[in-house]
Design a protein. Structure first.
Ligand code: PLP
Length: 376
């Protein structure tokens, strides 16, 4: 069976974890946390990075930092993972769900302005499959209406929009190092803070609402409770694991891109499904290889055919505006593209341990399926 995902090990994780143990500092914000944060700040030019225990946590920090509360509205794509919306729901905000583009799951930026009201506090964009949303348009509207922009860059490490790293464009960016992402430490995440004014408060929220960060820097001689917050810092053991992965990020990325290109080149063009659209303004970080089937029926048949042939493909994201939790709170607008991806998008296996032959085999089986399906 070719699994959908396998977390990659560089082989150096254990050495770094041993070093973390030897450091006798296992809680957060130690040596490895700093090394990871510095790595990201240096490689991608992020203004300020803070490791978190997940992207969900980074989004929760972002929701607090953007001062979202009851009576505020936040514009969020419906076709995304629950956490994108959950973080803002926990602050009491009303979520105004926005539709995806017709040919890819990123938000349709031409539909943002009509959803903005005087209560709109934030917009959360999701760079689906690590391919950038139209950020020029998003940032233009954000400055026109004074709205905070949060990039859910969970899938978007090492990807760019017009030469700028994703996660560095909005006021805040949120990354995931969950085991299904390109770079992992099991469960992990990172907040990037691009708006200088938010940094000192972010440090407090990160450290359970205390000013411990200032204390460690020797700026104050006693620390205490100064704001809301939570325990958003990961353990040094997780940071050590992550650091091993960061050392290999370039080779991981180039191998993933190679696998992605094999899919893209070997899959025959046909009228049962379409392939991802490439975009000149945005890079592809090979987080995901997905196809968009013409119907739910074709997707179901293809998934079943692949399972029978030892290939574990999956689908994901049920439109959040139709979810059990939110449907009664949604304003009733139909979001047709989001619903189309809910029914028709299919994700193929893609992980660093795959071989070219694995991808060849999957592409061949899919091409076979297309032929068989048409001959029925
Ligand atoms: C994976 C993912 C998340 C959640 O990341 P965690 O690190 O598991 O909390 C959020 N948003 C998107 C778009 C994701 O793909």
């Amino acid at each position: 069976m070719i699994p959908f995902n396998k977390p990659y090990e560089t082989g150096n994780e254990i050495e770094y974890i041993k070093e973390a143990i030897a450091n006798k500092k296992l809680s957060g914000n130690g040596e490895f946390t700093k090394r990871c944060q510095e790595f990201f700040e240096k490689k991608y030019g992020f203004n300020k990075c803070m490791l978190t225990t997940s992207c969900t946590d980074a989004l929760e920090m972002a929701a607090i930092l953007s001062n979202v509360s009851i009576d505020d509205e936040v514009i969020i794509p419906s076709y995304t993972f629950v956490s994108t919306a959950l973080a803002f729901v926990r602050q009491g905000a009303k979520i105004v769900f926005i539709d995806s583009c017709v040919d890819n799951p990123n938000i349709d930026v031409d539909k943002i302005e009509e959803l903005i009201t005087n209560r709109t506090k934030a917009i959360v964009v999701v760079h689906y499959a690590g391919v950038a949303c139209n950020m020029n348009k998003v940032m233009e509207l954000a400055s026109k209406y004074n709205i905070t922009v949060i990039e859910d860059a969970a899938q978007a490490i090492d990807s760019y929009y017009l030469g700028k790293p994703l996660g560095s464009i909005g006021h805040l960016g949120c990354f995931s190092f969950h085991e299904t992402k390109n770079i992992t430490c099991g469960e992990g995440g990172m907040l990037t803070i691009n708006d200088q004014k938010m940094i000192s408060r972010a440090e407090v929220i990160w450290e359970k609402g205390t000013n411990r960060a200032e204390f460690y820097r020797g700026e104050i001689n006693k620390y205490g409770w100064v704001d809301i917050g939570s325990s958003f810092l990961p353990s040094e053991l997780n940071a050590a694991y992550l650091f091993a992965q960061l050392k290999e990020i370039d080779s991981i990325q180039s191998h993933r891109k190679q696998l992605w290109n094999i899919y893209y080149n070997k899959l025959n063009r046909n009228n049962l499904f379409s392939l991802p659209v490439l975009n000149n303004n945005a890079t592809n970080n090979a987080h995901m290889f997905y196809i968009i089937c013409l119907s739910l029926e074709i997707r179901t048949s293809l998934l079943e055919y692949l399972r029978k042939n030892g290939i574990f493909a999956v689908f994901h994201y049920q439109s959040l505006h139709c979810s059990k939790y939110y449907i009664d709170k949604h304003d009733g607008r139909v979001l047709e593209n989001s619903d189309k991806f809910t029914n028709c998008l299919l994700r193929l296996p893609l992980y660093n341990d795959m071989t070219d032959e694995n991808v060849d085999y999957i592409a061949m089986k899919i091409n076979d399926f297309v032929r068989i399906y048409k001959e029925r």
